[in-house]
Design a protein around this ligand. Structure first.
Ligand code: SF4
Length: 292
């Protein structure tokens, strides 16, 4: 792989992720805008967000002032190429921060100093995943406000009358939406993991957010739950930014992980309307072969 080409590819991947709302989310936002009552605050709020997103795209400016925290997943055969891609991601993050496309979002928790270039211990977060075929890089920029609304339940929970079954899972997910009350900049998208441990639950829930909004879960019971949650959450009336309305969620994506017999975690990764994620496939030299 040619490191200059890889750098250019990672720069373009992160720049686009920061400034262009993915097509599926834009489409869902347009539908939501159309579905809200004419003249309502909900419709006006969605209209402002859509106008802002269009300006960001047109002028290549960040979709939101909070450019979020970066998660990257590199899928590739093991080898030196992986490290070239990781290095390119870090350099692209530094460069885009210098240019003001990415806000300085990394604070050292001990000194409370902002590192100034969006890098620090475990930042940006880069994960490697062995896979055959061409190298694929997925990037997500997740806002701090929405991350604050992410949560994890341990079942059973007397507080929300949730047992260790699928109805208990449904109660957890709806409770997370209700507790958020539109904070974290709704309409939101939920990534959910049923099972796993406390650490894997959060990561796998977040990974569900990479799924296309229109994609249908291949597991029928999960597909049905995704649809039910969407309908029921939107029936809560919280609406865009919690100001009331029909659109509280744009999507809900659910996956599972094996659990320890003693534990039953339900983890919800809450993401705002500005769910910024793109994935590219690289050619042999590190150029972008296609956007996925
Ligand atoms: S939650 Fe999302 S839309 Fe709201 S400020 Fe953070 S990044 Fe921006």
């Amino acid at each position: 792989m040619d490191s200059i080409r890889v750098h250019k590819s990672m720069y373009e991947l992160i720049r686009r992720t920061c400034t262009e709302l993915p097509a599926d989310i834009l489409k869902a936002m347009n539908h939501a805008h159309h579905d809200e009552l004419p003249g309502s605050i909900a419709q006006e709020t969605l209209g402002i967000i859509l106008e802002s997103a269009s300006l960001s795209h047109e002028k290549a400016l960040p979709l939101c002032q909070d450019t979020g925290a970066l998660l990257a997943i590199i899928q590739s055969r093991p080898g030196k190429g992986l490290f070239i891609v990781e290095e390119a991601i870090v350099e692209a993050v530094k460069g885009l921060t210098r240019e003001g496309i990415l806000r300085q979002n990394c604070v050292d928790p001990l000194t409370e100093r902002n590192t100034g270039d969006n890098t620090g211990a475990h930042v940006p977060q880069v994960h490697f995943e062995p896979a055959g075929g061409p190298v694929r890089v997925s990037v997500m920029l997740k806002g701090g406000g929405s991350e604050n609304m992410s949560t994890q339940y341990s079942l059973p929970s007397a507080l929300i009358a949730a047992g260790r079954d699928l109805d208990g899972v449904r109660r957890c997910i709806l409770d997370s939406v209700y507790q958020a009350q539109g904070q974290g900049c709704s309409p939101g998208i939920l990534g959910v993991c049923i099972g796993g441990d406390r650490a894997s639950g959060y990561l796998l829930a977040k990974r569900q957010l990479f799924r296309h909004l229109e994609d249908v879960n291949p597991v029928p019971v999960l597909a049905s739950m995704e649809e039910t949650i969407l309908q029921e959450a939107n029936g809560l009336g919280l609406g865009p930014m919690g100001l009331g309305g029909r659109t509280t969620l744009l999507g809900c994506k659910i996956g599972t992980a094996g659990r320890h017999p003693a534990s039953y975690f339900v983890t919800v990764s809450y993401s705002c309307w500005a769910t910024r994620r793109y994935c590219v496939e690289l050619d042999g030299k590190g150029g972008i072969r296609k956007w996925i």
